[in-house]
Design a binder for this molecule. Structure first.
Ligand code: HEC
Ligand code: HEC
Ligand code: HEC
Length: 290
């Protein structure tokens, strides 16, 4: 939702600037950069996504308190309030720069209202706490998700066709070159060349498949969805078609591979990776997207 709002907002700015005569059309959004101390509470600095899991606890505790306030159940209310007190204060313990974003004094207010059984005021105070959640989320949530929870390929190495290790960026450039070698040779009726290149593509995708476990560990399904039986079958069919001189069918299969392998994997991994790169590239306090 928040990300959607951001885009809605950007299109609003875009439309506004277009409506000004002779103005340079453009979009400019300023995003606040989250404090660097947040990194300690995410992988790889931490074993777990501690920040995110604290957030899940806060949401559960808020829900429990709302339900018990409605039922005027002071006993359960106090139990959840004690947990909430601990986790809400964790926000400024984990990220001291965010000390002023929270209002722990509201917790003692709630405690007093529970004691005097004024559950209407309890509900009102819960709303005030919710406001502190909303303000911080509006300012920081999308960029924190993109920076700390998107896949990071920095230390990943993949074998090239000669067995040498390369970065994902170089691997992708090689893949792109080989895909176009096949398409150019097909367009020019050079079957021998397109057949050799199709063997390279097969080997490159096999090497790429070996790298999926770097993140997906023992989970075989993600690899199977993109580089599994279906794809190896399409590559074999491609080679057979090239050998038999079926150019149209070969071109069609290349289109299929581009969509089911390249585009599918990009929509999951590349989009957030690129967003993260854009967010990390600025050194100022604000991130400017133009
Ligand atoms: C893991 C799934 C995955 C698959 C499968 C995949 N890509 Fe990529 N691709 C990525 C990621 C991640 C990036 C961003 C890497 C970076 O910029 O460091 C990328 C980036 C690229 C780039 C831009 C490289 C640059 O210079 O910034 C090209 C071109 C590319 N891929 C081509 C392809 C082609 C062609 C295929 C299919 C034959 C393909 N990719 C299959 C994940 C994948
Ligand atoms: C000082 C800033 C700050 C405050 C205050 C804050 N949050 Fe968050 N919250 C974040 C950030 C940053 C994220 C994004 C974390 C991520 O995506 O890994 C987040 C994410 C969440 C999420 C996860 C959403 C999802 O499904 O991805 C929940 C739930 C959440 N917060 C609940 C709360 C509640 C409830 C409160 C108030 C009691 C609260 N937060 C107060 C900063 C804050
Ligand atoms: C740098 C880490 C990283 C690498 C390397 C990586 N992925 Fe992923 N992938 C992720 C993350 C993070 C998600 C989203 C969370 C999840 O589903 O595990 C994801 C999700 C997926 C999904 C969607 C979830 C599903 O099971 O349908 C597929 C498909 C997928 N990856 C395929 C691949 C393939 C194929 C490769 C290797 C060519 C690969 N990934 C390599 C990090 C990575």
């Amino acid at each position: 939702m928040k990300i959607l709002n951001l885009f809605l907002f950007s299109s609003l700015v875009f439309n506004m600037s277009l409506s000004v005569a002779n103005a340079e059309p453009g979009v400019s959004i300023n995003l606040k950069k989250p404090p660097a101390s947040l990194a300690k509470w995410y992988k790889p600095d931490n074993k777990r996504q501690v920040w995110l899991h604290t957030m899940f606890k806060l949401r559960r505790e808020m829900q429990a308190m709302r339900e018990y306030a409605e039922q005027e159940d002071g006993l359960h209310m106090e139990k959840w309030l004690t947990d909430f007190d601990k986790h809400y204060n964790k926000i400024s313990e984990m990220v001291p720069e965010w000390k002023d974003e929270i209002k722990p004094e509201l917790i003692s207010d709630i405690r007093n209202f529970v004691k005097s059984k004024d559950f209407y005021k309890v509900a009102i105070t819960l709303n005030k706490i919710e406001d502190t959640c909303d303000v911080c989320h509006e300012n920081y949530q999308p960029q924190v998700t993109a920076i700390y929870r998107s896949p990071n390929y920095d230390s990943l190495r993949i074998k090239d066709v000669d067995g040498e290790l390369q970065t994902i960026e170089n691997n992708m450039q090689d893949l792109s070159v080989v895909v176009n070698q096949i398409l150019i040779a097909l367009a020019d009726g050079n079957n021998k060349k397109s057949f050799i290149a199709s063997n390279d593509l097969e080997l490159q995708l096999k090497n790429l498949a070996d790298s999926c476990q770097f993140c997906h560990k023992n989970d075989k399904y993600p690899e199977a969805r993109i580089l599994g039986k279906e794809t190896t079958g399409n590559l074999k069919k491609l080679q057979k078609n090239i050998q038999q001189g079926h150019t149209k069918a070969s071109q069609k299969l290349m289109g299929k591979i581009a969509v089911t392998v390249c585009a599918r994997c990009h929509s999951i991994h590349k989009v957030v990776h690129d967003m993260r790169g854009a967010l990390m590239s600025e050194n100022d306090d604000v991130i400017k997207l133009e």
